[in-house]
Design a protein. Structure first.
Length: 282
């Protein structure tokens, strides 16, 4: 095993062994509609915080429902069990990571960027006719968690990464590979894989800086790449020292993003970002 892989495994070993308990419960919900409804309600009833946040999402502008949702059973009826489970997984994952300070970066800026990326990913995926929008949202909201793990396990290295980005005006993933041997995208993807999240989400996170390298899910990686670049241009960045990575021009054809799409992304993100930031992080 190479030195880089040894360092990587040592960094994530304690995280791999401690996934959120509720995440595993949600992943254990059976696919049978009757059994899944009962199991999902049981999980929610034991976690009032998750239930309250999930109902706020159900009543948010994200779904734009005509009626107020007051119970998880009602949410199931109008949204569906699978989408709600995926949204619940996003809430649980953010709860796991939201109190970690990302090195010298601002915590609020970090989550604002990632939530904006999730919202933008949904717009692009919807335009492509995809139905699993919550998976795209989760990929966006989790795509930078690898840097939180780097910050937690090696705070001095994380600070050095940020300082080098600012001084040399280099993208973060390039500096990470130089100083650590791997990027935050690889760290995040490894954690998500070990915690049993869906393969399309894992590959999107892994290759969100280089989507053409994705083998099985190039569209998902391309959607996340364009969403990431778009919200950076909207100034939802990770901080003052953040240097935007270059947009891979090949992905514009894959995602069919036009100027009208970009304008709609800006409208949706601007409208929903503060609402979702409050739901997920406060």
């Amino acid at each position: 095993m190479s030195h880089t892989n040894i360092v990587l495994e040592e960094m994530v070993s304690s995280w791999i062994s401690s996934p959120p308990v509720v995440l595993k419960q949600l992943q254990g919900v059976p696919k049978d509609p009757n059994l899944s409804a009962e199991k999902f309600d049981t999980i929610c009833s034991a976690d009032p915080d998750l239930t309250a946040r999930l109902l706020r999402v159900a009543n948010s502008s994200f779904y734009g429902l005509d009626t107020k949702v007051e119970t998880t059973s009602h949410a199931r009826d109008v949204i569906g069990v699978k989408p709600l489970i995926e949204m619940a997984e996003s809430l649980v994952m953010v709860r796991k990571f939201k109190d970690i300070l990302p090195g010298t970066l601002d915590n609020q800026s970090f989550w604002k960027h990632n939530i904006a990326c999730g919202l933008a990913s949904c717009v692009i995926a919807q335009k492509l006719g995809r139905e699993n929008l919550e998976t795209f949202f989760m990929a966006g909201i989790l795509h930078d968690i690898g840097f939180l793990i780097i910050s937690q396990e090696h705070p001095k290295k994380a600070q050095e990464v940020i300082a080098r980005c600012k001084f040399d005006e280099l993208p973060q993933n390039h500096v990470e590979k130089e100083l650590l041997g791997f990027s935050h995208a690889r760290v995040g993807a490894l954690i998500l894989k070990e915690w049993g999240l869906v393969p399309s989400l894992i590959e999107a996170v892994h290759y969100h800086h280089c989507p053409t390298r994705a083998k099985k899910f190039p569209v998902e990686a391309a959607v996340l790449h364009v969403a990431d670049f778009t919200v950076d241009n909207m100034k939802y960045t990770l901080g003052d020292s953040y240097i935007m990575p270059e947009l891979d021009p090949a992905v514009l054809q894959i995602t069919d993003v036009t100027e009208d799409t970009l304008n709609y992304i800006r409208q949706v993100v601007s409208t929903q970002i503060n609402e979702f930031l409050d739901i997920f992080t406060h």
